[in-house]
Design a protein around this ligand. Sequence first.
Ligand code: SF4
Ligand code: SF4
Length: 320
Amino acid sequence: MVPGDHLTPLTIFYVSPLRRCNFKCSYCVSHQPSITDTLEWHRTEDRAQHQQVVEWICRLPYRVRLRLGSAGEPFVSAAYLNSVVRLTHSANLEFVEVLTNGSWGTAQFEKFIAECDVRKLTLWMTYHHSEITLERFVAAAIQARSSGATVIVHALLFPDNLKAANALKEMCSKHGLTLHVGLGLNINNAYPEGSRVPVLDQEDADPSLLALNVAFPAEVYDLVASPRGAPCSAGHNYIYINRRAEVHQCNTYAKYYPSLMLGSAANPDFVLNLRTDTYYACGTPERCVCVEDYQHLQLVQEKQRIVRPSVIASSLEEIG
Ligand code: SF4
Ligand code: SF4
């Protein structure tokens, strides 16, 4: 038996305080210009606090499936990469899924991967069409896959990148790379004439490309818009940690109900007490804010069958 296999699974979505990025995407979810290529962390104490969170996760008596996001790019920070290495070697980690833009250098990647337990590493690689060439991005994905890591190529569809997204789709098909397609949001009003999902404004958008969008059935989105009272397993088999190390039952509760935080992962004495009942009625009168959260609605949980070491399903078949 692999160490940790007997433990109960727990999914964690941790958005760390790393803020430095080498790209300048206009639609950056971290809201340009808060992204910077000079400051690595939001506050001076963040680097140490991030290490505390990592060690707290490594001590959890659960089989952890970790989605590790940030407001920046992991491969610009040696300290951050070291924390990923540490996580991959933790016995209780089933996998750590790192969100990256794939802009690493070949030698840098080789050094990093040599230090990891690559069997536990998943790279969620988002293609940013304005910042990196398709050839360089796909070469990075192939390098990562050849190293033994799980690779999921993520494409966001925008009005001005449909040709590039199609080319990416073809390259993924040619090289056998797993592709996840989502619809880009109009963050920062990057598309001034656009609606919230600007690609849907395009009459000439390739329907075969739009059909790749990993979208849940409409009834799920109806519930996501107004989840109050709906059974949800957040707080039982899923938690969210924000960049201040606050542990919440989900991202939505962190946003709207900060006072209901479960504790601080930076506090070595904090013991996580998960709810014993699998499902509990959601209490928010607000919208549920992200897929990491709302895939814990009972309506989704009972149909979803993720087949890769990833927190997010990459195909329509996996979400029923
Ligand atoms: S790669 Fe990600 S974090 Fe960096 S600017 Fe683009 S969207 Fe923002
Ligand atoms: S439905 Fe969303 S907001 Fe409600 S508890 Fe579940 S994850 Fe949290």
